[in-house]
Design a protein around this ligand. Structure first.
Ligand code: CO8
Length: 263
């Protein structure tokens, strides 16, 4: 794949079918300045377009996934400036640019925009000592990249309200107990290994089915149960039009390993 050079992230393909983006702005604990978000969007778009990548892992360092939006960049912003340039809106591109599964591997600080970024991922893994939180209230503002919505869906109103109103952090252990994180791993190395291994498993399946699975689960966050179940059934029906459904079910009957065509 074509290697671009980035200033704030590192991009690699460490395993067959797996792309990795590592946020790399150590001097600012991976604070998410606008150029960093632009690079992240570019990298995710490239992985979306890549014929060799089926799933993506997003991580930071052992010390910080991301310590938030860049406070020094935001400090002088005005209402009219933020409003007319749609400040932060491009962050939403992260959730729409990539139809392939995104696994966040979170160690250290995941605060403010960093917590929101982690919550945008399809699967969230972390270490027990990961430090999540929405501390914006302490800065005289509120979450701006979906935190009040995604965290509330993830942990329920009672906990989300307490967290967002107090700015109190929660640990990776709590994140796992509350269902925010799918799994915790002892340390950063085990975390990254676990995330890459899961990405590899996902990459071993039909890309058509994987994209459909991600799409239907995400729909559950937007639709009521009746509409959601109906949407799922429509997509399920449509997969009978895929080559891979035939390949997968035939291989099962023949007790063979399916050779996906991604068609
Ligand atoms: N923005 C800019 N710089 C940062 C940020 C940040 N969010 N976080 C850390 N840094 C910088 C520090 O300023 C410091 O730089 P320098 O060495 O030049 O002084 C360097 O990173 C190291 O940080 P510390 O010395 O503070 O390290 P500690 O280990 O003592 O503390 C903490 C770590 C607790 C993480 C501390 O740095 C901290 O509290 N950071 C701010 C956390 C925070 O409030 N995050 C929320 C920001 S607001 C936000 O995200 C709003 C989201 C809105 C939507 C997103 C739109 C983009």
């Amino acid at each position: 794949s074509s290697r671009r050079s980035y200033e704030f992230i590192e991009v690699s393909e460490p395993r067959p079918g797996v792309g990795q983006v590592t946020i790399n702005r150590p001097k600012a604990l991976n604070a998410l300045c606008t150029p960093l978000i632009t690079e992240l969007n570019t990298a995710l778009r490239a992985f979306q377009a890549s014929p060799t990548v089926s799933a993506v892992v997003l991580t930071g360092s052992a010390r910080a996934f991301a310590a938030g939006a860049d406070i020094k960049e935001m400090a002088p912003l005005t209402f009219s400036g933020a409003y007319t340039t749609s400040f932060i809106e491009s962050w939403s591109d992260l959730t729409t640019a990539l139809k392939k599964p995104l696994i966040a591997a979170v160690s250290g600080h995941a605060l403010g925009g960093g917590c929101e970024l982690a919550l945008m991922a399809d699967v969230l893994y972390c270490t027990p000592t990961a430090n999540f939180g929405q501390p914006e209230i302490k800065l005289g503002t509120i979450p701006g990249a979906g935190g009040s919505q995604r965290l509330t869906r993830a942990v329920g109103k009672a906990k989300a309200m307490e967290l967002i109103l107090t700015g109190k952090s929660f640990s990776g252990e709590e994140a796992e107990r509350w269902g925010v994180a799918a799994r915790v791993f002892a340390d950063y190395d085990a975390l990254l290994e676990g995330a890459l291994a899961t990405a590899e498993v996902i990459a071993s399946y039909s890309r058509v089915a994987v994209q459909a699975a991600k799409e239907v689960v995400n729909k559950s966050q937007d639709l009521g149960l009746r509409d959601g179940v109906e949407f799922e059934r429509r997509v399920f029906h449509s997969l009978f039009g895929s080559e891979d459904q035939k390949i997968g079910m035939r291989a099962f009957a023949e007790k063979k390993k399916p050779e996906w065509k991604n068609e």
